[in-house]
Design a protein around this ligand. Sequence first.
Ligand code: C2E
Ligand code: MG
Ligand code: MG
Length: 574
Amino acid sequence: MFFGQENVTKTGKGRMGERDLQNMSLEQIKSYMDVLQKSSEAYLFILDLVSDVYMIPEKLTERVDLPSTRIENCTEALKAVIHPSDYNMVVEDITKCASGEQTVHDLEYRWMSRDNRVMWISCRGTVVTGADGHKLLVGKITELGRKAKADNVTGLRRETRFRLDAEEILRDRPESIRYCMRIGIDNFKEINEKDGVEAGDEILYKMAKCITDTVTEQVDVYRLVADEFMILDAVSGPEADPKRVYKQICSKVAAVVRENDYSKFYTISAGILYENFAGKSSDELMRLSEFALNEAKRNGKNQMALFCQEDYNQYLKQLDIRKELRRDIANNFHGFQVYYQPIVNAETYRVVGAEALLRWNSEKYGNVSPAVMIPIMEESGLIIPVGRYVLWEAAGMCKKWQAVIPEFHVNVNLSYVQVHKSDLMNDVEQCIKDVGIAPDSLVLELTESGYIETDNRIQELFRDLKEKKVNLAIDDFGTGYSNMRYLKEIEAKTIKLDRSFVLQALQNEYDYTIICHLINMIHSVGSNVCMEGIEYSHELEKMKQAGPDLIQGFLFGRPAPAEEFEENFITNSP
Ligand code: C2E
Ligand code: MG
Ligand code: MG
């Protein structure tokens, strides 16, 4: 079975030739392809999506380390051929073809040649079901490096040509470059997916025309990978304004969309390099323009972004931090530690629990604040293993400290990424079982946000937590959404009032009155209130009168390593 899938659906709309193939048996398709192969530069292939058998032409076996023209167990065999960094992406894409989620495979990625060199290939194919029921991916592989330097879809020259031209200009007259603009079609993959490759090609063609009609004939325009274009203007002189050029291209694109009665709607984004070309290489132009284009897309698409060196440096630093995080996590959480901050009863000041707070001491960056590392871990998914690590550590300490303070509970922060992208409930149950603590010793903290009310996954989590008797706290209340209505519905054990909220109440009576009412209201729906961030005794005196149940803040203790926390608050607890 190919990639564990057997429910391969039939292809949808018939594309050119697709229907013909559906009337043929595998053997017929194969001999048809053999004939075509004789007159093709590309490598034509058939991949049986169910039996995982891969049929390729003889000449491809000469180029890469594939043993024969018929390969059983293709998924495994391709490991030796596809560049390790691209392998998962390819498997994922083909899995989607196998599952019926998509009917077109269209990727550019790297293979390793027999002489161990990287070779960029473009692999395009369509899912067809042959007359004998075989579910096949039929298509062609083109070596991009060998490809002509021009592109017949758009009539433009390709990346190879761009690099050659740019190198020459950068070497001889970098000051003549006015701007370099990289343009991408927003959501092009979806267009290709939904309407088919031919429709995608037509859009690429029209897009190229919108660009070339905007700039003068002397300005160089190239088609880069997939849906991206590059304008390198080294002729227009100081009056050339890339922002205006971008706007003009946008108007032309909008006109094309209008003329086609919005049957294919698309917009474009652009990344622009505007100055400081001296000393740069074509490689850098590619990288920096890609960054700027991605910024435009990250900011919501259908817009342009000027390259900003500071943002780029910040981005590179984040990438490096991510790399360091990844390495330390893989190295058995090297440099990670869980700190504990006491939570006290607001009447007696006795410690009744602790919040687990993550710390990371990086060899390269020293102590990195959670405010920096948590968003990076969320974006990369690393928060999932790290969240597990914190959960198990914190539950383990809780169990140990309950021997001295039986009602002790531990608060663990959750990220929305854990809720959406991991089987959180399974982890929580497993942790409770492994460590052997009562479920209600755990308090899971989720930051307040508008999602709480509307997101099904979160609602489901709340229901499961309640059913399993695990406690929930809403963290940082008062910093953002602060909707009172949902407080009743979610029945959280604790609402944690954020320090900024508390500070405001300390500064003016109006906010203080609001906090008093809010606390009453929270009590009336059966939740208790933890006030965060109490630092001084005068703050405590005043805020205590508002009637919170729990207090957490530097006044009672800063976050500290488990041993220190234990010594200060457990072993020597009154
Ligand atoms: P949070 O969950 O609201 O945690 C409380 C933060 O307030 C902690 O910052 C704590 O050190 C700080 N704090 C406590 N008392 C005081 C005080 O009296 N004054 C002041 N100025 N600050 C006080 P920290 O440890 O830097 O953590 C920041 C945030 O990072 C946390 O806010 C939480 O949202 C996140 N975080 C920390 N550890 C984890 C974790 O394991 N997983 C996840 N998903 N997020 C975490
Ligand atoms: Mg918290
Ligand atoms: Mg908080």
